[in-house]
Design a protein around this ligand. Structure first.
Ligand code: NAD
Length: 337
């Protein structure tokens, strides 16, 4: 069978994870090229035995043999690169979010449809084994009718201010994963968002009007409620917990730890801190999401996380941003008219 030929654009934190998985953990594909605007990244191509390195996306995307591109560049370049890839007839995996402007997202989705290429969004948490299990328990009715979804999502430390400035802010950069998780777990659409934001970690984050701490309430179409709390800095590590409370019971997933030892003494009890950050915590989910992207391409199936998921997560993020700024509940219909 013909090997799918893939390229990776953007070789930063997440680009290296996807490149590693594509080169070392997925069969039936070939990474034919990588691209980054920083020339030094050519070393990464050598490290993985990828023969072509480009410093420019326009040169990469016209490669005749290329079937698909994995876009891991900064958020403010996604829309432009997705459009160029679609027009060149390449299938696309794009990291979240697609763009920060709804008009631009709509334009991207229109081009994807016109060009008849596949688009998958990088909502990796859907592929985490614990969260997949909770999803299954909701959909096989083990917890009954979901009533409250609780998501805790706190990073061990903030990224550099240079990243934060182009990220879209805490709701579109960070909480966007939680909005997608709430939709995935409930299988329902959100109707209203009420968000509060604060600057508790780094005043620099607040300088451009962003927040580093947030609490968000989502109200779904069937009145299910979700509550999400976010922080850019949890001193004990990456805190990723999920709970679904329903009419028949409750399902929850705790953090993952490097090991489960506990020490009990007369002073108290201790154990290891949670796995430090997304690289460690979601290692398996990144591998599974990339495998499913490739499988969907090989089998011609619909992408497991598609254009609508990309759109709705942004719409909820925009509603949350507006809600926190204006200090009032915001209906999804105010954003998506
Ligand atoms: N799904 C996840 O868990 C996850 C985790 C982290 C980041 N992300 C997303 O991935 C994207 C990248 O984040 P990151 O943390 O890897 O950032 P990063 O800053 O670590 O890396 C970005 C890389 O892109 C390169 N770059 C800059 N401009 C470029 C361009 N025009 N074309 C190609 N490459 C370019 C930079 O040189 C750098 O190597 C962001 O959109 C972010 O939201 C997703």
């Amino acid at each position: 069978m013909k090997k799918i030929k893939v390229a990776v654009a953007g070789l930063g934190r997440i680009g290296k994870i996807h490149l590693n998985n594509l080169c070392r953990n997925i069969v039936g594909i070939e990474v034919v090229a990588v691209m980054d605007v920083v020339e030094e990244s050519a070393k990464i191509a050598d490290e993985y035995g990828v023969s072509l390195f480009f410093g420019n996306f326009d040169e990469l995307i016209v490669l005749e043999e290329l079937d698909a591109v994995v876009i891991c560049s900064p958020t403010d370049t996604h829309a432009d690169q997705v459009i160029k890839a679609a027009r060149a007839g390449k299938h696309i995996f794009c990291e979240k979010p697609l763009d920060l402007s709804l008009d631009r997202v709509m334009e991207v989705l229109k081009v994807i449809e016109e060009c008849d290429v596949q688009l998958m969004l990088g909502f990796n948490r859907r592929f985490d084994p614990d969260f997949e299990k909770i999803h299954e328990m909701v959909f096989n009715d083990s917890v009954g009718d979901p009533q409250i979804i609780k998501i805790t999502s706190r990073d061990p430390g903030p990224p550099p201010l240079s990243y934060i400035k182009v990220s879209g802010g805490i709701f579109l950069d960070m909480a966007i994963h939680d909005f997608d998780m709430a939709r995935y777990i409930s299988g329902k659409e959100v109707e209203e968002v009420f968000a509060a934001g604060a600057v508790k970690v780094d005043p620099g984050i607040g300088d451009d009007g962003d927040f580093d701490t947030a609490v968000i309430t989502l109200i779904f179409e069937d009145n299910t409620l979700a509550v999400i709390d976010n922080s850019r800095k949890a001193v004990y590590g990456y805190d990723q917990r999920l709970e679904v409370f329903g009419s028949k019971g409750m399902a929850c997933a705790d953090n993952n730890y490097p090991n489960n030892h506990k020490l009990f003494t007369q002073e108290g009890m201790s154990g290891d801190l949670p796995l430090h950050f997304f690289l460690e915590r979601y290692q398996e989910s990144y591998q599974k999401e990339m495998k499913q992207f490739i499988e969907a391409l090989v089998n011609g199936n619909a992408m497991p996380v598609g254009a609508k998921d990309g759109l709705m997560s942004i719409v909820i993020g925009l509603a949350a941003t507006k809600s926190a700024k204006e200090k009032r509940p915001v209906k999804i219909s105010e954003i998506l008219r």
